[in-house]
Each structure stands twice: as structure tokens, then as C-alpha cells.
Design a protein around this ligand. Structure first.
Ligand code: NAP
Length: 248
């Protein structure tokens, strides 16, 4: 079966990596659920771009930090797309500061948005995938979830947690035709990285064998592969897309 018969929800696809993933899946013929929490107009533009290229897309707004909103999002997306065969847990935020200065709320917001959301959305989507005997979940982690990072205890814990969640779900549902994998982007040009100080960006650049920062399209290509039939025997893995920055 090609993308043409499948529905795919990409959380946080109004901007950045999620936008590129939604556009790529749209190009491959999936019925795409474009999702946002605040940026409705940019999300509508992404859906419009998919349709203009001959694809199909629907737009959904929901706060994934809210468990009930996650359940409603999966229900709405399944109804509007006809089926939800591919779930890309991409929505994420940072609230960076040293652990000693980190407020409980900064910790909780990042865990709720980046990690708990993936559990609630996956749980809501899995039942139908298991029933259909086919499904793909791709979690957008980060290389910092593998190697750690200063000033990001909340974000690193969430991204490492996503790798663990990926492995647990992969073991639970691998025998039912469902694969669960993670992509661990390195430094990718987006709103999230734009505001980092120039000295920090230059320091990161020195660590990247590819000699450049990543583009959202680099991540989208990896996600589209993991979502495809071709990746059916890849399960529970974390694929770094980082120009060689981390070699686990
Ligand atoms: P971004 O440009 O800041 O976009 C974040 C997206 O997440 C937006 O679509 C945003 O929606 C959505 N979002 C944020 N909070 C949400 C919430 N509570 N409920 C629903 N949606 C929410 O980020 P990005 O750089 O594209 O990153 C995308 C993912 O890749 C994140 O999980 C991030 O951690 C991961 N990642 C990024 C990099 C990088 O270098 N950029 C590296 C490693 C991993 P609105 O537009 O409506 O606010």
C-alpha cells in the first residue's frame, strides 16, 4: 500500500521540522493532518501548500500537553482523514536553564509537551493500528537525549524518555504490524534554534562532521522512510539525523 491510502498526523506541523515532515508526507500521497497549538494561519498555509501540490490535508488545533486534548485530537484526525495509520510525535518546546535555576513549572511543561503527549497520542492511535495490523509511530527525539546537554535537564530527560517509550511500544506492538521508531535530529535550522547565541552555534558547528547545520527537510526524509513500507523491519530504533555529530 502506498501513502495514497494512508492517513498521517504530524503534531506541531505549523512550523519547522513538523512543517517539512507534513509537506514531505503530503508529497508522497498521505492524507495529512497538519497540527498546531497557536499558529493557526501558518498551519492552514501548510495544508494549502499540500493541496496546491495535488495532495490532501486537514488542519487540527490542540494543546498536546493536555491528555484529554490528545485523545480528542486522535479521534478528530481519524474521522477527518478516514484512518490514522501514521503518527509523528513532533510537537515540542524548550525552557532552557541550569538545573539549579529550573522552576518546577519549566520541568513539567517540557515533560508534558515533549514526552507525555507522545504517550497519550500513541495510546489513542494504537488500538486502530493494532486492529488494522499496520501502523507507524515516529517519535522526534533529539541527539541531546543520547548525549545529554547543559541547561536542558527537562528537555534532555523528555527526549531520552521518548527513546525509552519508543523501545517499550516497539516491543509491545511489533508483532501486530506496528513499528515504533525515533528520529534524533542534531542541530536543525528552525525557530527553536534561531534564538541561540552565535558563539554557541559556532561551537556546535565545529562538532558537525558534515560542516553545516541540518535543514528540516533532512529530518523529513528520515521520517518519511520510517513511515514507509520499506522500513517495516526496522523497529524500536533511534536514527540520528545530525551530520555525524553523535555516533552512538
Ligand atoms: P519549532 O519550530 O519551535 O516548532 C514547534 C512546533 O510544536 C510548532 O508547530 C508548535 O505549534 C508545536 N507545539 C509547541 N507546543 C505545543 C503544544 N503544547 N501543543 C501542540 N503543539 C505544540 O520547533 P522545531 O525546531 O521544528 O522542533 C520540532 C521537534 O523537533 C521538537 O520536538 C524538537 O524538540 C525537535 N528537535 C528539534 C531540533 C532543532 O535543532 N530544531 C533538534 C532536535 C530535536 P505552534 O506553531 O502552534 O506554536
Amino acid at each position: 500500500m502506498s501513502g495514497a491510502e494512508r492517513g498521517a498526523l504530524v503534531t506541531g506541523s505549523s512550523r519547522g521540522l513538523g512543517r517539512a515532515i507534513a509537506l514531505e508526507l503530503g508529497r508522497r500521497g498521505y492524507r495529512v493532518g497538519v497540527h498546531y497549538v497557536r499558529s493557526e494561519a501558518p498551519a492552514r498555509e501548510v495544508a494549502e501548500a499540500i493541496r496546491a501540490a495535488g495532495g490532501r490535508a486537514e488542519v487540527f488545533g490542540a494543546d498536546v500537553a493536555d491528555a484529554e486534548a490528545c485523545q480528542a485530537l486522535v479521534k478528530d484526525a481519524t474521522a477527518a482523514l478516514g484512518s490514522l495509520d501514521v503518527l509523528v510525535n513532533n510537537a515540542g518546546i524548550t525552557r532552557d536553564t541550569l538545573a539549579l535555576r529550573m522552576k518546577a513549572d519549566d520541568w513539567q511543561q517540557v515533560l508534558d509537551t515533549n514526552l507525555s503527549s507522545a504517550f497519550h497520542l500513541s495510546k489513542a492511535a494504537l488500538r486502530a493500528m493494532v486492529r488494522a495490523g499496520w501502523g507507524r509511530i515516529v517519535n522526534i527525539s533529539s541527539i541531546v537525549g543520547i548525549r545529554g546537554n547543559v541547561g536542558q535537564a527537562n528537555y534532555v530527560a523528555a527526549k531520552a524518555g521518548l527513546i525509552g517509550l519508543t523501545k517499550a511500544l516497539a516491543r509491545e506492538y511489533g508483532s501486530r504490524g506496528v513499528t515504533v521508531n525515533a528520529v534524533a535530529p542534531g542541530f536543525i535550522e528552525s525557530d527553536m534554534t534561531e534564538s541561540l547565541p552565535d558563539e554557541l552555534k559556532q561551537a556546535y558547528l565545529k562538532e558537525i562532521p558534515a560542516g553545516r547545520f541540518g535543514r528540516p527537510e533532512d529530518v523529513a526524509a528520515a521520517v518519511a522512510f520510517l513511515a514507509s513500507d520499506d522500513a517495516g523491519y526496522i523497529n524500536g530504533q533511534t536514527l540520528p539525523v545530525d551530520g555525524g555529530m553523535v555516533m552512538p
